[in-house]
Design a protein around this ligand. Structure first.
Ligand SMILES: *Cc1c(COP(=O)(O)O)cnc(C)c1O
Length: 432
């Protein structure tokens, strides 16, 4: 499609957008009486309007039933994880049984590494992307140490080539082949939080399996952002959080996927808790752990009802719209932003987009590297009502850094994108 850099054109795209009304389901922070340009859904999704009612419902349930709330009503607490299961499974392309919502992301990463990182004398390495989200780095490093190994020797990071910022798939696969015999686990992000690069998860999985290695993914920036097919891709396990693109609210619950090949194997080592124990005999309170079938067998504790209830609201919205439709809009929305940014700075004199320009290699986020005075640009944007994300990266020593923007198809409009780039234009003109 041929884009045009006018507000009329942006409004025309909005008029044609079949998802334009889903924006009404969300609260936008206000600045001087109007909605901010919210482009931070990669960090914390907006509040769906239905959340308040869902939370009040659970408060009332508790007030009315006390402990009996576990068994009363349409959504009894005892089975609450089930009410999120099918919809979470369709977000990541898993079977219902392969998925469960529980705990939070980093906790889940540790729990699944207990099951899938089982180093031996000869196979002990973990292959991951350089510059992974810090929590993942710490989780991996501490797991390696926990097994009495040296992180320097056991963690193999795939780095971009000199002068490049993105990973090449061929380099990832080559690293897996090269270290395959001594590797126990390949653990990658789905979409890198910093560059916005969406890795080829299927190819990574195939390469890992050819080397006889487990393959797991952290989908924090992929879940609800790109279309995933974890089951078909034969991914062994995955974890994600729900407060970014899945709009469950601050500290919202995490989700896990365990491929059915492993999900029904009670012999697979794990750290267990009573909520992962077979539902039928859970309340007999006997010795001897017998895991539930599927990913549910990794649960530790009873569900955090309030955060699960908030999470369910947004999952219902996703189910209504469908990821395929969302992704179609997303590619166009982000493509439009990329087009406008390139119009503003065709020769990359002011900034450069680090994120791949191939839509298949990114989700909705664009990471914009401002060569200088990035913080001033960011401050200007904030003052004018655009909420974006800023990371200092002062490599050149003149205040450069990354502005990350994520136009989210569920609630952002083409006009949002247009207004943002107009503000950025004002910002660079003011700063120069
Ligand atoms: C957001 C994010 C996290 C955050 O972990 P929590 O345990 O939910 O606080 C971890 N890893 C990645 C890749 C993330 O993007």
């Amino acid at each position: 499609m041929n884009f045009s850099a006018t507000s009329d054109f942006a409004q025309q795209l909005d008029a044609q957008d079949t998802l334009r009304d889903s924006r009404q389901q969300f609260y936008f922070p206000q600045q001087e009486g109007s909605d901010v340009i919210y482009l931070c859904g990669n960090s914390l999704g907006l509040q769906p309007k239905g959340v308040e009612k869902a939370l009040l419902h659970e408060l009332e349930h508790w007030r009315k039933y006390g402990v009996e709330g576990h068994f009363e009503g349409e959504l009894p607490w005892m089975y609450y994880h089930r009410f999120l299961q099918a919809q979470s499974a369709s977000i990541v392309g898993g079977k219902t049984e392969e998925v469960v919502v529980m705990n939070t992301l980093t906790t889940n990463l540790h729990l699944l590494m207990v099951s899938f990182y089982r180093p031996t004398k000869t196979r002990y390495k973990i292959i991951m992307e350089a510059g992974a989200f810090p929590s993942d780095q710490y989780a991996v490093e501490s797991q390696v140490r926990y097994h009495g190994l040296d992180p320097e020797a056991a963690i193999i990071e795939v780095t971009p080539r000199t002068g490049e910022t993105l990973l090449r798939t061929e380099d990832i696969l080559e690293t897996i082949t090269q270290h395959g015999d001594s590797t126990a686990l390949v653990l990658f992000g789905g979409v890198n939080y910093f560059t916005g690069q969406y890795y080829d998860l299927e190819a990574i999985t195939v390469a890992g399996h050819e080397a006889g290695v487990y393959v797991g993914f952290d989908l924090a920036h992929a879940a609800g952002n790109v279309e995933l097919r974890l089951h078909d891709w034969q991914v062994d396990f995955a974890v994600w959080c729900s407060y970014k693109y899945l709009n469950s609210g601050p500290g919202g619950p995490g989700g896990i996927f365990v491929h059915e090949q492993y999900a029904n194997r009670p012999d697979l080592p794990r750290f267990a808790g009573w909520w992962g124990h077979d539902e039928k005999s859970r309340f007999l309170m006997r010795k001897g752990f017998k895991p539930m079938q599927g990913a549910a067998g990794w649960q530790l504790s009873n569900a955090q009802i309030f955060s699960f209830a908030a999470h369910k609201v947004s999952l219902d919205l996703f189910a209504e719209v469908g990821l395929t439709t969302l992704r179609q809009k997303s590619e166009r929305l982000t493509g439009y932003m990329e087009f406008l940014l390139n119009q503003l700075d065709p020769d990359n004199k002011l900034f450069q987009i680090l994120t791949p320009s191939d839509p298949k290699q990114r989700g909705c986020q664009l990471s914009i590297y401002a060569w200088k005075d990035g913080k001033q640009l960011f401050d200007f944007l904030s003052k004018k009502g655009a909420i974006v994300d800023w990371r200092e990266d002062n490599l050149l020593g003149n205040g450069g850094g990354i502005i990350r923007v994520a136009p989210v198809p569920l609630y952002n409009s083409f006009s949002d994108v247009y207004t943002f780039v107009e503000l950025l234009k004002q910002a660079v003109n003011t700063e120069r």
